[in-house]
Design a protein. Structure first.
Length: 263
């Protein structure tokens, strides 16, 4: 079965009251915690609808951005990688998550630095792992990741995140073994040569951060053109409200860690 989108488990974390202090590139308003909580519950329900075991961790007010749990770790069949976030206020999130990962993995490895790497810049495909350099992930962090996963049989390819885009996966997501959803500005770089590329609809670049989870695709609600593109490609699309996460530069994939540990 495809290891890049077939999962038995997921980890999520509830949004905290401190989320109003979360990082954002542009201030578009204060997130409404009640709306965020409802959308988060819908998100978890969608994951569970596939039969996966979804564990929801308690809110952590110490780290306002900790609801975006994807940035703190990379989870493979063989083991877990604890990342080293590039935002100073998020450095403690990864270490805080590590004890939870011990419930699932005996092999846990760490990005120790001096480089930085966040999960939002890592797109795990079938034949390779694409990692985008960004404001949060640098060349040294990518090189260390390659060293850490080499004996697991993974090949890492470094690519570039478009200027002004927070994470590589802000502009792309994997739909199946050979298909990615991407913005035109990202695919124009040639990073997806050899893949089938579905483009987001004009003006719907924010819909690119969707993700395939078993037989469904979770995408942010409010982007009908892109939803139609995916539906025409034969994908089962589940729109989920994302207005409040978006105020903090958060997308669909940011809100979970998806995995299928061996044995």
């Amino acid at each position: 079965m495809p290891r890049s989108y077939t999962f038995t488990d997921a980890l999520c974390r509830l949004p905290s009251t401190s989320i109003i202090d979360g990082l954002r590139a542009v201030d578009t308003g204060t997130p409404d915690l009640d709306i965020f909580a409802k959308d988060h519950a819908d998100y978890v329900a969608a994951l569970r609808s596939t039969g996966a075991d979804v564990r929801v961790l308690p809110a952590n007010a110490t780290y306002p951005d900790s609801v975006f749990i994807e940035d703190a770790a990379l989870l493979f069949q063989e083991g877990a990688i604890v990342t080293r976030p590039g935002a100073p206020s998020r450095l403690g999130e990864a270490a805080d998550l590590a004890p939870v990962l011990e419930d699932y993995y005996s092999d846990i490895r760490w990005i120790k630095g001096p480089g930085f790497l966040e999960g939002g810049d890592v797109l795990v495909c079938e034949a390779e792992i694409l990692v985008g350099q960004s404001a949060r992930t640098d060349a040294a962090g990518i090189a260390e990741l390659q060293e850490l996963v080499a004996d697991w049989g993974y090949k890492v390819r470094e690519v570039q995140t478009p200027p002004g885009v927070l994470h590589f996966k802000t502009d792309c997501s994997l739909m199946d073994e050979e298909t990615v959803l991407a913005t035109e500005r990202l695919s124009a770089s040639g990073c997806f040569d050899g893949y089938r590329v579905l483009h987001t609809a004009p003006g719907e670049e924010a819909a690119a951060n969707a993700f395939r989870f078993n037989d469904i695709v979770l995408m942010p609600a409010g982007f009908p053109g892109t939803a139609e593109v995916l539906a025409k490609a034969g994908l089962d699309v589940r729109p989920i409200g994302n207005t409040e996460a978006a105020k903090l530069d958060g997308g669909m994939s940011c809100l979970s860690l998806r995995f299928a540990p061996k044995g």
